[in-house]
Design a protein around this ligand. Structure first.
Ligand code: 6LW
Length: 506
């Protein structure tokens, strides 16, 4: 079987462990609890945080940057700008998270928390940190080292953000490989290990490691580098890199990493962004050896611990939104609220359509190759709908304005209304079904198919358009994110009574 709905059977589990656009994972363990953080780019809140007790079932418990005082992404933040590559660590009774805000007026910042579910502190700015992908590591005498892409390092006081001395270049990775980045530094046994990604986050991506006797080096590269790469293979998981290591309570070692699942031959298209995968690690001659990044992984050395079952429907009965909802750039209450009309999510447009950076859009990551999303929309006072979004220039949407429903497609510089139909006055269910072609005997032949339409009052689905999913892929659009399915307002005020998202068997 090529790919399947993310699901753990007895004794086995399935990669990716966190499906959908969840790149640059950083992980730490406290007792028998694991915590993991990812990048979030142009979306608010920033830096999703997950909890697990078995490394394979992850439940989102919050976001590190979930207050406007912590994160204000200006309207100038491009898609794939914003928040990059956190490092999450536990030290001295607190969680520390360092991350880069790549948007205007941003920079490196540190937040801390005693409970990773929050609240997280206001950010401490660290302007002396000389690059992206910052890491924090403490040595035996409490000195903290901040290591960044490049790969260089500076001493830092993480409680003030102040850096000391001139940044020093540590290592550039393997000869000729581009983009040495995503460093993480660890004390393991007698050595300090410097783990990095190299080759760029696309098909050439890989993970390499070096070791030294002090946190500042000198570092000796591992003779087996890269210790992980799928470059030049036809493995169903590609672009593997940007990794972090963690040791289980039982002493076993694991790597979390990003990877993509392309569909449709060479080069293929991946549409869910870079996802978080897990691989086992063993040690030979004091070097880590990474096991296969398999879609079906072997048995774990501990019992599985599934988190709470996620219901397909959010009926917006609660005040505020759950942690997996993300809005484009910001979420001011005047434009996105569950309080104006209780039991509904109200979005108020501020001018732009999905092609503009000021569109009011709130959605969730597409996490399954095949899935369905539906929402009940009241657009009597405005216009908006349900969109599958990659960025401003790549999205498909079914939208309603008054009694007119239409499907709009934007691919690069082309924008077109694909279909339109009149519907009876009153709220209408808009629906999108995404289907990956069945490929029972091998790799997915792709591309996927995006069907958009609405439901008649009797519940029957009327399809307005079937669109080729490849144009909403990273291979076409570029960038660092993946698809997000969500609700938007392009004009006036639009109310959403509920939103369903359910995986379909691929
Ligand atoms: C990130 C870099 C990378 O900062 O992509 O895959 C960049 N690795 O390390 C954005 O995620």
């Amino acid at each position: 079987t090529s790919r399947r709905v993310h699901e753990a059977g007895p004794g086995h589990f399935t990669n990716p462990v966190i499906p959908g656009f969840h790149p640059d994972p950083s992980v730490c363990r406290v007792g028998d609890d694991y915590y993991l953080a990812c990048s979030s780019f142009e979306y608010f809140p920033g830096v999703p945080l997950f909890h697990s007790r078995d490394l394979v079932h992850w439940t989102q418990i919050g976001n590190a940057l979930d207050r406007p005082e912590q994160l204000r992404l200006p309207a100038s933040t491009p898609s794939s700008g914003g928040i990059y590559a956190p490092t999450l660590r536990h030290h001295d009774g607190r969680f520390w998270l360092i991350v880069t805000n790549c948007s205007e007026g941003g920079g490196n910042l540190i937040v801390t928390a005693t409970d990773p579910a929050g609240p997280w502190s206001d950010p401490i700015r660290a302007p002396g940190v000389p690059g992206i992908d910052p890491d924090l590591a403490w040595d035996e005498d409490g000195t903290c080292w901040c290591t960044v892409a490049g790969v260089s390092q500076v001493r830092i006081d993480p409680s003030t953000g102040k850096t000391y001395g001139t940044p020093r270049r540590l290592w550039s990775g393997g000869p000729g490989a581009k983009a040495p980045e995503a460093p993480h530094l660890y004390r393991i046994g007698d050595y300090w290990y410097l783990l990095i990604a190299e080759g760029g986050t696309e098909r050439g991506h890989g993970v390499s490691i070096a070791r030294g006797r002090t946190p500042a080096g000198p570092f000796e590269p591992c003779p087996a580098n890269p210790i992980l790469t799928h470059r030049g293979t036809d493995h169903p998981v590609q672009n593997t890199g940007h990794a972090d290591l963690v040791q289980g309570l039982d002493g076993s070692w694991w790597m979390v990493l990003l990877g993509v699942r392309p569909c449709g031959g060479t080069p293929g298209w991946h549409v869910l962004g870079r996802e978080t995968f897990l691989a086992p690690v063993t040690w030979v001659d004091d070097w880590p050896v990474v096991g296969e990044v398999a879609l079906d992984l072997p048995e774990l050395p501990w019992p599985l611990s599934p988190g709470p079952v996620v219901q397909p429907r959010d009926d917006f009965e609660l005040t505020g939104l759950g942690p997996s909802w993300i809005s484009l750039r910001d979420r001011p209450a005047a434009h996105c609220t569950t309080e104006e009309r209780p039991g509904w999510l109200t979005l108020r447009a501020r001018g732009g359509s999905l092609d503009e950076s000021d569109v009011v859009f709130t959605g969730r990551r597409q996490q399954h190759p095949s899935c369905r999303a539906r929402t009940l929309v009241d657009a009597a006072e405005g216009g908006g709908g349900l969109a599958v979004r990659l960025d401003e220039r790549h999205h498909y949407a079914v939208e309603v304005s008054g009694t007119r429903v239409r499907v709009v497609a934007r691919v690069g510089s082309l924008r077109t209304v694909v279909a339109a139909r009149s519907v009876p006055a009153g709220p209408v269910v808009l629906a999108v079904t995404i289907t990956e072609p069945p490929s029972p005997h091998g790799p997915c032949t792709g591309p996927d198919v995006v069907s958009l339409g609405f439901e008649e009052p009797d519940g029957a689905f009327t399809e307005l358009a079937t669109l080729d999913g490849r144009y909403l892929s990273t291979e076409v659009a570029g960038g660092f994110t993946g698809r997000v399915i969500g609700m938007y307002a392009a004009a006036g005020t639009v109310h959403f009574d509920w939103f369903d998202y359910e995986p379909l068997d691929g």
